[in-house]
Ligand binder design. Structure first.
Ligand SMILES: NC(=O)C1=CN([C@@H]2O[C@H](COP(=O)(O)OP(=O)(O)OC[C@H]3O[C@@H](n4cnc5c(N)ncnc54)[C@H](OP(=O)(O)O)[C@@H]3O)[C@@H](O)[C@H]2O)C=CC1
Ligand SMILES: Nc1nc2c(ncn2[C@@H]2O[C@H](COP(=O)(O)O)[C@@H](O)[C@H]2O)c(=O)[nH]1
Length: 325
């Protein structure tokens, strides 16, 4: 297998067929809905909360709410539906999560999207959860992860997942690769390509995106959606705590498996960083859209499908995507 990561790849331009980048359509179909961008903020506590989820859904973007305030999820689904918006929640795999799915079904509350959010998604318990959701909430679109191999993608799809999420350890606040020696950190893009060859259903690539151009590269190598944490962290609307240090304003961004999230130091596989405050997420989404429109124009197309067939070169090899412990 050829090993590379985002910074190692350059896509090769084709003749432009649009007169303006504004003509380019960046929308994507995912789970029966059309979204403005193939991008979704990470389902992490410092990245998304209910107000941001509502704004994203109301403005044509996909979102996945995190699972770290479990007792609020049922009301969240009700609130989204009362506002005429789709509900997209996360679950874990502990016993109470199986009970939660049953209670949603009992209340006839059907979230449009349910993401099973587990560090090591290639497991019997995740496949049990997929089957459980499909039994009690057959109308929900199930995203299962995270995984890093074609076998895992196949197994989760065969268990009934409607999409899989690929990425073990490439995240900016991830230390899985250092703590365990495992993962796709440093070769996430190659792992995505490897997994995409086996997939029959959409893949969300998750973690390691550091620049807007990485979105185009992800689509080239088989992603339907890109889950992004660090590029979204630090905005006015993102819920990380604000800190002033040496007169400068920062926002906290911490891993879902960090001690800050878990409240304990057991099985910690995440860290906390401070990122300079960036302004509004709306402007970042507009810039992502403009950069993706430009990318499609370089690909010689009119929509993001054009990216899937472009040629590329590998320009160097990376190891840790610039991350440090
Ligand atoms: N994408 C990534 O690379 C990673 C993401 N994360 C994020 O951190 C959060 C916490 O994840 P997670 O610890 O899975 O959630 P949970 O704390 O809900 O644990 C998941 C369940 O699976 C069991 N388990 C068995 N082996 C593993 C394993 N290798 N890793 C994790 N769980 C295991 C756990 O038991 P027990 O705890 O007793 O082992 C637990 O019952 C999630 O939001 C996840 O997305 C975390 C690490 C990597
Ligand atoms: N290994 C860990 N991975 C984590 C943790 N918390 C979140 N994540 C993953 O990172 C991505 C976001 O990556 P980024 O490069 O865009 O910042 C997120 O969606 C999770 O999959 C963690 O504690 N450990």
């Amino acid at each position: 297998m050829e090993i590379f990561d985002y910074e190692d790849i350059q896509l090769i331009p084709n003749k432009c067929v649009v007169r303006s980048r504004k003509e380019v359509d960046t929308s994507v179909e995912f789970g029966g809905r059309k979204f403005k961008l193939p991008v979704v903020p990470a389902n992490m506590q410092t990245i998304i909360d209910a107000p941001l989820a509502k704004w994203l859904a109301a403005n044509g973007y996909f979102y996945v709410m995190h699972r770290f305030n479990p007792e609020t999820r049922e009301q969240f689904v009700r609130d989204m539906h009362e506002a005429g918006l789709f509900a997209s929640i996360s679950v874990g795999v502990k016993d109470e999560e199986f009970a939660f799915i049953k209670s949603l079904a009992g209340a006839q509350l059907v979230p449009e999207y349910i993401t099973i959010d587990i560090a090591h998604g290639h497991s019997d318990i995740v496949m049990d959860m997929i089957r459980h959701i499909k039994k009690y909430l057959p109308g929900s679109f199930v995203i299962a992860g995270n995984v890093g191999t074609p076998q895992a993608v196949r197994d989760l799809e065969n268990a009934g997942a409607d999409a899989t999420k690929v990425g073990i350890g490439p995240g900016k606040v991830c230390i899985t690769k250092l703590k365990t020696g495992f993962g796709t950190g440093g070769w996430q893009l190659a792992a995505l390509r490897w997994c995409a060859k086996a997939a029959r259903k959409p893949i969300i690539t998750d973690g390691g995106i550091r620049n807007n151009g990485d979105i185009a590269k992800s689509i080239r190598f088989g992603a339907t959606m890109c889950m992004i944490g660090s590029l979204f962290a630090g905005h006015k609307e993102t819920p990380g705590k604000h800190i002033v240090k040496d007169g400068k304003e920062y926002q906290e961004y911490y891993g879902s498996a960090s001690e800050y999230q878990k409240g304990t130091h057991h099985n910690v596989e995440g860290k906390k960083i401070l990122l300079p405050v960036k302004g509004s997420i709306k402007d970042t989404l507009v810039e992502m859209q403009e950069d993706l429109q430009s990318a499609v124009s370089y690909a010689g197309g009119r929509d993001i499908g054009a990216l899937k067939a472009v040629d590329y070169v590998i320009v160097k090899n990376s190891i840790f995507n610039g991350d440090q412990y």
